[in-house]
Write a protein of this length. Structure first.
Length: 674
């Protein structure tokens, strides 16, 4: 600094020594709120020449000679000053302490240290690195009672040589991407010089002309301003460039890594810290064992993020897929196994856990419970859960534990202070989705084993609007203990005589004939015959009358699995179920002695027993309606031509007098002659 500047500095120091008997020298800027020229409107405090912005929860206002800010979190933003600020002194109303003022901030960074001055006032010394012209300072309140301010005084820093210290925009700090830093000086006509290697700049350093691209983490910018023979203080700012820590999620066995756009991700699955020589992430990947996944992000300039660690639990989710819709009450926890489908219910009110997530817990859905069984479940709103059962170590002891899979994630106790039951895509690191189950007298105690104290899954019959399923403290006896119902296989029997055909209707259950050797058909009346329409899926809804066919049937009852539901059968079905009345134009399936199997006209004066399947015809001009040729898909193999009995037709419907080797239709059945 030149001699003239040194002389000015010495004179200033002498002046400070002479005036040292005062607590402080006179403030450079003083805001006195005791006058009546200040007003507050829409979060702005102003007297017509200067404005402060802020917020104070409805207490941000002028109030009879002082400015008042409200509860914790209230703040005011100072105007920007053209000279570096060294300290800010805040004076409170007589008898009211200003000690509730938390600090002076730049952004979210506290930049001052407070020293208590005279009664009712505090002095906030600005850290040297933030004593720059044009800095935006904020005063925050940290206590929950009103702060009453009568005066604010601003003291500029000395030794700036009359040239304002340069300002960096953005200021130094941590960022997730490269920054373009602009440097400015509020002193008109000043020239700015800078360095990027941390050395002290002079007027022989690089002159500033445009924004500086900071791409390398740890870069320190320093700048100085000159005007004539005077220079400013050196401004310094360090920039840390660190991409956002990546996120790791898992849905079932599939792992996904996400993070800042433009970054490349690397990961390990052996617990070691990754770097840019580890496995590069190219898209979701599957894991088949439990492990610790770690991931890191690198930006285009090779700046690295922090490492993200994730405990992955592999769940071999193998649902038993019984799909019977038939659930029986579980009275022993040892009967619960991996892959079991269950309902969680409160049987007194016949309510099951619903698929409806009610903000922080699960809603309810009605079920019908009879003889410790739930049938026709789940309906659309009933939550069927799949159990994941395995042995895990808890407090050094191998323990049988369960997870409840919803199809989209796992139930978990989500709060230690309120009754919350939510769903997450995968069990978390705190084991809040892991549970133990004990059953006594048919009541199930489901305890999640994570860190949260409210971890007992129970039913609250008095939830908002209606009942809900949520998690409660272990000693909470006000809520209701739940029960578990497990889906089990269930069969109905069908009997077909040696006629190989029968009519059938199950009024209660949907059935699956696909693995039984039985083919199910609907029937459509024609003018002279009946067309059988094969139900190719084999799945027949409840209350649907059908014709059954089984080659080689001998009257033995056949078990047919019950399923939860089946799609409605499309097309016309002329089969009906009797309600125990006499019907006109009705036909029943029969095979009289020496005659063909088919539909025979029923006497309209005779009551048809309830539950009996009949064919409703348009008229009763014929006493018999046979099956259309080629109706069934069974093939009878005959080794000799002389074994073929009855009228023989080829596949074009032409009658054949002398069949040779090939495929024919005989008595409505396909026959292969070898």
């Amino acid at each position: 600094m030149r001699k003239q500047h040194l002389l000015k500095t010495m004179l200033l120091l002498c002046a400070l020594i002479v005036g040292s008997s005062s607590a402080w020298a006179e403030a450079d800027v003083t805001y006195d709120f005791t006058g009546s020229d200040w007003s507050v409107s829409n979060g702005t405090l102003t007297n017509g020449t200067v404005s402060f912005t802020g917020e104070g929860e409805a207490n941000f206002k002028m109030n009879g000679g002082y400015f008042m800010m409200g509860k914790s979190g209230a703040y005011i933003n100072f105007p920007k000053y053209n000279s570096p600020v060294e300290k800010i002194v805040v004076t409170g109303r007589s008898g009211a302490s200003t000690g509730v003022i938390q600090n002076i901030f730049v952004g979210e960074t506290a930049v001052s240290t407070a020293t208590t001055g005279a009664t009712g006032s505090n002095t906030y010394n600005i850290a040297s690195g933030y004593q720059t012209a044009g800095t935006a300072y904020t005063l925050k309140v940290t206590s929950n009672h009103n702060t009453q301010i009568t005066k604010i005084e601003i003291f500029y820093a000395s030794g700036s040589g009359g040239v304002a210290t340069p300002i960096f925009d953005p200021v130094g700090g941590s960022y997730t991407s490269a920054q373009n830093v602009e440097i400015s000086c509020v002193t008109a006509g000043a020239s700015i010089y800078y360095t990027t290697d941390g050395t002290t700049p002079t007027n022989e350093s690089t002159p500033y002309t445009s924004a500086i691209s900071v791409t390398t983490s740890g870069t320190t910018l320093k700048a100085i301003a000159y005007k004539g023979e005077d220079n400013s203080s050196v401004a310094s700012a360090t920039y840390t460039i660190k991409p956002t820590t990546p996120t790791i999620t898992a849905a079932g066995a599939t792992v996904t890594i996400t993070g800042d756009e433009g970054c490349t991700f690397y990961y390990t699955t052996n617990g070691s810290d990754p770097n840019n020589e580890s496995t590069e992430y190219s898209g979701p990947f599957d894991l088949t064992t439990s492990c610790t996944i770690k991931a890191i992000a690198y930006d285009a300039y090779n700046n690295a993020s922090d490492v993200k660690s994730y405990t992955f639990k592999y769940f071999p989710l193998n649902p038993k897929n019984i799909n019977s819709g038939y659930f029986e009450k579980v009275t022993d926890a040892d009967d619960l196994e991996n892959g079991d489908a269950i309902l969680i219910v409160y049987e007194t009110d016949e309510m099951a856990m619903s698929t409806n997530q009610k903000s922080s817990n699960r809603g309810e859905a009605s079920v019908t419970i009879s003889d410790d069984k739930v049938i026709y479940a789940p309906s659309e709103d009933v939550q069927k859960l799949v159990l994941v059962n395995q042995t895990e170590e808890i407090s050094g002891v191998n323990t049988n534990v369960f997870y409840f899979y919803t199809g989209a994630g796992y139930l978990y106790a989500s709060s230690g202070s309120s009754n919350q039951l939510k769903t997450e895509e995968t069990p978390d690191n705190n084991n809040n989705a892991r549970a133990t189950i004990s059953i006594s007298d048919g009541n199930a105690k489901i305890l999640f084993t994570g860190k949260n104290a409210r971890n007992w899954l129970k039913y609250n019959p008095n939830g908002t609007n209606d009942g809900l399923f949520a998690c409660y403290a272990d000693n909470d006896t006000q809520q209701k203990i739940v029960q578990i119902y497990k889906e089990v296989a269930h069969n109905e029997s069908a009997t077909i005589t040696s006629a190989e055909y029968a009519t059938y209707c199950n009024a209660t259950y949907a059935l699956d004939f696909s693995g039984t050797g039985i083919t199910a058909y609907t029937a459509t009346e024609g003018e002279t015959s009946v067309k059988l329409n094969e139900i190719t899926s084999g799945k027949v809804p409840a209350e649907t009358p059908v014709v059954l066919y089984k080659e080689g049937a001998d009257g033995t009852a056949i078990n047919v699995p019950v399923i939860a539901s089946a799609d409605a059968i499309e097309g016309t079905n002329d089969l009906h179920v009797s309600e125990g009345a006499a019907y006109s134009n009705s036909y029943v399936l029969a095979k009289p002695e020496g005659k063909k199997v088919g539909f025979y006209l029923w006497d309209s004066n005779v009551v048809l027993n309830a539950g009996k399947v009949y064919l409703k015809a348009g008229d009763s001009s014929r006493s018999f309606l046979g099956f259309e040729e080629g109706n069934t898909t069974s093939i009878d193999v005959r080794s000799k031509m002389e074994d073929v009995r009855g009228e023989v037709y080829n596949l074009n419907g032409q009658r054949v007098a002398q069949p040779t080797k090939g495929l024919y239709i005989v008595n409505g059945k396909k026959v292969v002659v070898k």
